[in-house]
Design a protein around this ligand. Structure first.
Ligand code: FEC
Length: 310
């Protein structure tokens, strides 16, 4: 009999229909319902991305299936069984852990579909899974980050090269590459959080592989919570680039996200694109990883490394 190992694949989660948006948003806000205006704004953003279609759900399903296939084909001596655990939608992280225990699994590994660790992002996923696993007597180990995995860097390098090639007749060093990730409240800096540094590590590794020096990092998708969030925001970066005549062409590479979803399809493709047009900038965005085999290999590798460690 093969050894069975559960893999809890954790990701942000998304509503499945327009009428689930309120419950989803309330969960994100830790039980505080949004005002009617906030709710409408969010509905409008989902409407704007291909008419209220929720691509993150299908992308996550595909990534999880691809990871399970990859783990089982790369390591046939073990049976890997993947489960989903979502931060803000069903099945919740706790549901995923519970299902593993119900299915009789004794050992499991948790991995988040986000490469960079912050106590407020990945740390939160891990804490919820660990608390539930401890309660149910399931032994779990966790992947914390994989921001420099060679296959991840390779996949992102390919995308940056591809993006640069879209600026026909423009030298690659005349295009400003902006690497982005989801902003977080500034207070993470007081906690010595590794998030900003890990994001710079990924950015530097890609820039070195592509062979570019004309790049910078910018934050995106900051929340409106009344406390300061990490900046500069991508929209301010575009403004500065224009005012200081630093570049006319920009390529945005959202390294903090691995899938097409609202923060890419709205915040970058609609909002940032609109700002760029107003400023007269030519803005392109690199393709998302989704089920790129290099990304799936990255996930499979970091999960298996924990199996080997034992
Ligand atoms: O496509 C989709 O349906 C979901 C897109 C989505 C992703 C995502 C990723 C991250 N978030 C992170 C942190 C925060 C913090 C707050 C916050 C708020 C929202 C809201 C929506 C939303 N997030 Fe999100 N996030 C996505 C969607 N996020 C919608 C609520 C409206 C708004 O503020 O825009 C603020 C919570 C609060 O109010 O206190 C903090 C981080 C990530 C990237 C890492 C990860 O994937 O976990 C960090 C995708």
């Amino acid at each position: 009999q093969k050894k069975r190992i559960g893999v809890l694949v954790m990701s942000y989660g998304t509503p499945e229909s327009m009428d689930q948006i309120e419950a989803y948003y309330t969960h994100i806000r830790r039980g505080h319902p949004p005002t009617p205006q906030q709710l409408q704004d969010l509905k409008d953003r989902y409407e704007a991305i291909v008419g209220g279609f929720f691509p993150l759900r299908e992308n996550t399903n595909n990534q999880v299936k691809a990871l399970e296939d990859k783990l089982n084909s790369a390591h046939p001596e073990i049976e890997f069984v993947c489960y989903q655990g979502l931060k803000h939608a069903s099945p919740l992280i706790e549901d995923g852990v519970e299902q593993m225990a119900k299915d009789g699994l004794k050992e499991a590994i948790g991995v988040v579909l986000a490469p960079h660790y912050s106590v407020m992002s990945v740390g939160g996923y891990i804490k919820r899974a660990k608390d539930k696993a401890d309660e149910l007597g399931l032994s779990m180990q966790f992947v914390r980050s994989y921001q420099l995995h060679p296959q991840l860097i390779e996949a992102l390098t390919i995308r940056v090269n591809e993006g640069l090639a879209r600026f026909e007749g423009v030298d690659k060093n005349d295009v400003r590459v902006i690497f982005t990730a989801h902003s977080l409240p500034e207070k993470i800096l007081e906690m010595n959080d590794p998030y900003p540094e890990q994001l710079l590590e990924t950015s530097k590794a890609i820039a070195a592989k592509v062979g570019i020096t004309n790049w910078q990092f910018g934050w995106q998708s900051a929340g409106q919570t009344g406390v300061p969030w990490l900046g500069p925001d991508i929209l301010d970066v575009l403004q500065t680039i224009t005012e200081e005549k630093q570049a006319e062409n920009v390529l945005v590479c959202p390294i903090g996200f691995v899938s097409d979803h609202l923060e890419i399809l709205y915040d970058l493709d609609i909002e940032a694109q609109k700002t760029a047009k107003q400023l007269g900038l030519h803005l392109e965005r690199t393709r998302s990883l989704n089920t790129d085999p290099l990304y799936i290999e990255t996930l499979s590798d970091v999960v298996y490394a924990l199996v080997e460690k034992g």
